[in-house]
Design a protein around this ligand. Structure first.
Ligand code: SAH
Length: 243
């Protein structure tokens, strides 16, 4: 039987692809993934064989990988960022268990929280939470509860999936909830298209963030009560300067 690698490819640029990710891709007979990620990897490995799968076909994608592996092919199932952060690692492990397959290796990648933070400065250099605003698989009430608790706890917060074609007002709704717990002047930032063409960063306050137009290729950062702007960078202090 073949093996399945679940590979986090990082934000997009080749320099952020880890050596382990490269080796897994090189060792695989077939690269499987959502079209946008295949387009990224194909540019670096034009001679590999690819199998594109549509968005929202995640379980089908896992089944295809298992079919291929059972047919003696090694497969790289690719995800953006990290494979285990809103990635394909858990659906593949669950599907594989049902089908009695277990030769799986998860290869971590640089997640958008890390690559985006580096572009803004050091916005999550203390305790932080990562919350997805996608309510496709999670009830909105639970997302609201997590936002409220993270804000109450004075965590830095990273928002993934802040908007999509169908969910245009989720960031605004999220900001309104956080504004009931934390200051409207809280330092915030966002990064669009990390590691891809059209990278854009911006810094603003929480009250301004509510009206920003963001898309599904944006990661949003909300500071804690200590976060400030240092030389135009968003900085959450560790606390050394006050010691
Ligand atoms: N596994 C991915 C996350 C997938 S969820 C990771 O670890 O990064 C998809 C969300 O991730 C997007 O809506 C966006 O919020 C964020 N994201 C992923 N790649 C990004 C990129 N290149 N630029 C900006 N945001 C990105």
């Amino acid at each position: 039987m073949g093996k399945i690698y679940v590979v986090g490819i990082g934000p997009g640029e080749e320099a952020s692809l880890t050596e382990r990710a490269k080796k897994a891709i090189e060792d695989s007979d077939m690269i499987v993934g959502y079209k946008a990620y295949i387009d990224i990897v194909r540019a670096y490995y034009p001679d590999k064989e690819y199998l594109e799968s549509a968005m929202k076909q995640e379980i089908d994608r896992c089944d295809r990988c298992i079919d291929l592996a059972k047919d003696n092919k090694s497969v790289a199932l690719i995800c953006s960022g990290d494979a285990g952060i809103y990635g394909m690692a858990s659906p593949l492990l669950e599907t594989a268990q049902k089908r009695g397959f277990n030769d799986i290796e998860i290869i971590p990648g640089i997640t958008a929280a890390s690559s985006g933070a580096a572009l803004l400065g050091a916005p999550i250099n203390h305790d932080f939470c990562v919350i997805s605003l996608s309510d496709l698989l999670t009830p909105w009430e639970l997302i609201e509860k997590r936002l409220r608790c993270a804000a109450k706890g004075d965590f830095c917060i990273v928002l993934y999936n802040p908007a999509s074609h169908k969910r245009k007002d989720h960031l605004k709704r999220a900001c309104e909830i956080m504004l009931t717990e934390i200051s409207p002047d809280t330092v915030c930032g966002y990064v669009k298209n990390i590691g891809r063409e059209g990278t854009e960063t911006a810094v603003c306050t929480l009250s301004e963030l509510a009206d920003k137009q963001v898309d599904m290729f944006t990661t949003v950062f909300i500071g804690n009560s200590k976060t400030r702007i240092v030389n135009q960078k968003m900085v959450t202090p560790r606390g050394y300067e006050n010691k």
